[in-house]
Ligand binder design. Structure first.
Ligand code: ADP
Length: 587
């Protein structure tokens, strides 16, 4: 009796010790879990821990693939902790299947004779004997399985080993799932960042171009580079003027075959009609002959509408000759690209409209100025003739009337001249006859012409232009126009007895010419709008002077067209200075 109880006690002690050892091992491997969020690192940790805990000959970790739902072996080890290569991954599919579908842990100590598996091909073929398999369960679902086996020996694993594997598998599954979620989020974020920086480049290119064909060509290029498609086309929807019926006009085409320009696709075309109806992208994995947009059949086709304010304005069609080339990410990419293309197309359409309106305006101005010049020359001729007395003796009042006519004619002629200049500048047709000349001469000419007007308001004009200044390179007639304008403004917007100064100095490789006055000055608010066409300060003093608000905008364009720069400083009530530079002739 004593003997037996002693033996029992000894066996019990042994059992307790080995259980303690197992728990200690479980504690050790579990405490290492969760330290990393890198999926492959976690999988390797788990795999090593399983081999260590069970002492199995081989171990496998399997996870369900998110995309196709199939089990994939993610890590595999031999007892010596070496990774097993593909060819020796012979495992019992039946055991794994049972574990993952029923969610039960399985232990078999002689698979060859276990009636549950004995007849299975894999068990016989791979000569599997001792097997343990536990499900990996996380967030209430089975995400995979942990599988260990020993091929040659029977009876290697005990129920305690299976308990240990199951306990560990539960913790390991959570660590794996966390790492997987983290990696997925991390990858998704990475993809998003990459896509955003790509779209930034695309936006820059698209927005830079206002040319319709270039926008379409860029959009198609980007679509092809970033998807698995080999060819495609972009077209715009045109509507019949009578019926309003839509047709797709293919404008850009890229691919292995040539396409005649401006191919028309009728609304009855199966892909087009579906897109027109649903206003959604259509992906066909099995393209039928009649679905080919450009007449050439491909294996896959993606058609993405370009929408503006909910209306389809165009269609991007991509085609691939192989199956599986275009995926869900490609669709999302092209849809985002289509949104951007719509904006760029709208910009280019508005630009075209503005260009057309501008052209119409220019044509109108050029017609009007031409038509007005002719009768004005005649009126001026006869006025001068009558004033000269050739038409007979005039009394003082008649002379006075004719002077009024002549002054107003000059005013009209200035306006017509300014309008014609603006027209020429805008059309890029202003001609400059550049040559080397001395600015001193031009200043002297202008001052001479203005002297009478300045004297009439008893303004004090000083000219400070050194004779030693080197020659500049520009069109002297145009520079005369610039200085006349600035001096005329200084004269108009400075009260009687005010002071005006014209000065010039050498400034690096330029000559800087300045016209300074102590007149009305310009408010900070008005300064923002200076140089814009038709701007005039809204004050009584300014409006009392003749003007159209065109002079400064012309001056700025003339100066800049000749490589110079115009600047100003002004203070309301104190005065203004307008200055511009001209390049030196020898520079
Ligand atoms: P205009 O003299 O025919 O009105 P400009 O384009 O030459 O046209 O000038 C635009 C406006 O700028 C003027 O109406 C005036 O309000 C302001 N301005 C220009 N030069 C001066 C100046 N020297 N002093 C004060 N205001 C000025």
């Amino acid at each position: 009796m004593v003997d037996v109880s002693c033996r029992n006690k000894h066996a019990m002690n042994q059992k307790i010790t080995s259980q303690q050892a197992r728990l200690a091992a479980l504690y050790e491997v579990s405490s290492q879990l969760g330290a990393s969020l890198d999926l492959s690192e976690v999988l390797n940790q788990v795999m090593d821990a399983i081999i260590k805990l069970t002492g199995a000959e081989r171990g496998f970790l399997m996870l369900f693939d998110d995309v196709n739902g199939r089990l994939r072996i993610m890590a595999a080890r031999n007892v010596d902790q070496k990774t097993i290569d593909e060819t020796s991954m012979q495992i019992s599919r039946t055991v794994v299947e049972r574990t993952t579908t029923m969610g039960e842990s399985i232990l078999t100590n002689n698979a060859q004779e276990d009636e549950r598996f004995a007849e299975q091909q894999s068990v016989i073929g791979y000569q599997l004997r001792s097997i343990m398999c536990a499900p990996l369960r996380a967030r209430g679902r089975i995400i995979g399985a942990a599988y260990v086996d020993n091929r040659l020996f029977t009876g290697v694993f005990q129920q305690e080993d299976l308990d240990l594997l199951s306990a560990f598998a539960n913790q390991a599954a959570i660590a794996i799932e966390n790492a997987r979620l983290f990696t997925q989020t991390d990858q998704a974020l990475d993809r998003r960042v990459q896509e955003l920086s790509l779209f930034q480049r695309i936006d820059q290119q698209l927005n830079k171009s206002l040319d319709l064909n270039r926008v379409l060509s860029l959009a198609l290029d980007w679509s092809l580079t970033h998807t698995g498609a080999q060819g495609g086309s972009i077209g715009l929807i045109e509507r019949s003027e009578e019926t309003g019926a839509p047709t797709l006009k293919l404008l850009i085409h890229k691919g292995s075959h040539e396409l005649t320009a401006d191919t028309l696709v009728p609304a009855t075309h199966p892909t087009l009609s579906q897109v027109l109806q649903t206003k959604k992208s259509i992906f066909s994995a099995n393209v039928k002959a009649e679905q080919a947009i450009d007449g050439f059949r491909a294996a896959e086709q993606l058609a993405v509408p370009i929408l503006r304010e909910g209306q389809i304005i165009g269609l991007i069609t991509l085609e691939s000759e192989h199956r599986g080339a275009i995926d869900a990410e490609d669709v999302a990419f092209v849809e985002r690209l289509a949104d951007r293309t719509a904006v760029a197309l709208e910009n280019s359409r508005l630009y075209e409209q503005i260009k057309a309106a501008n052209k119409a305006k220019s044509e109108f101005i050029s017609l009007v100025t031409h038509e007005l010049r002719l009768p004005m020359t005649t009126i001026k001729g006869y006025t001068d003739l009558m004033l000269s007395g050739m038409g007979g003796e005039l009394n003082d009042q008649q002379k006075q009337f004719l002077e009024v006519i002549r002054r107003n004619l000059e005013r009209m002629s200035r306006l017509i001249g300014d309008l014609a200049d603006i027209n020429r500048i805008e059309a890029g047709k202003m001609k400059f006859e550049n040559k080397a000349f001395f600015i001193q001469d031009v200043v002297a000419d202008v001052v001479e012409g203005m002297q009478k007007a300045i004297a009439s308001r008893q303004q004090n004009l000083t000219v400070n232009v050194p004779d030693s200044l080197p020659a500049v390179y520009a069109d002297p007639a145009r520079i005369n126009q610039v200085i006349s304008n600035l001096l005329s403004n200084a004269h108009k917007y400075t009260s009687e007895h005010g002071s005006i100064r014209v000065s010039a100095e050498l400034n690096g490789s330029c000559v800087r010419i300045a016209v300074t006055d102590n007149g009305l000055g310009i408010s900070a608010e008005d300064q923002k709008r200076l140089f814009t066409q038709f701007f005039r300060a809204d004050t009584r003093e300014v409006r009392a002077q003749q003007g159209w608000g065109l002079g400064l905008s012309i001056v700025k364009k003339i100066v800049e067209a000749q490589g110079g720069e115009i600047t100003f400083t002004s203070e309301l009530g104190k005065g203004s200075q307008f200055a511009f530079t001209l390049p030196l002739a020898k520079a």
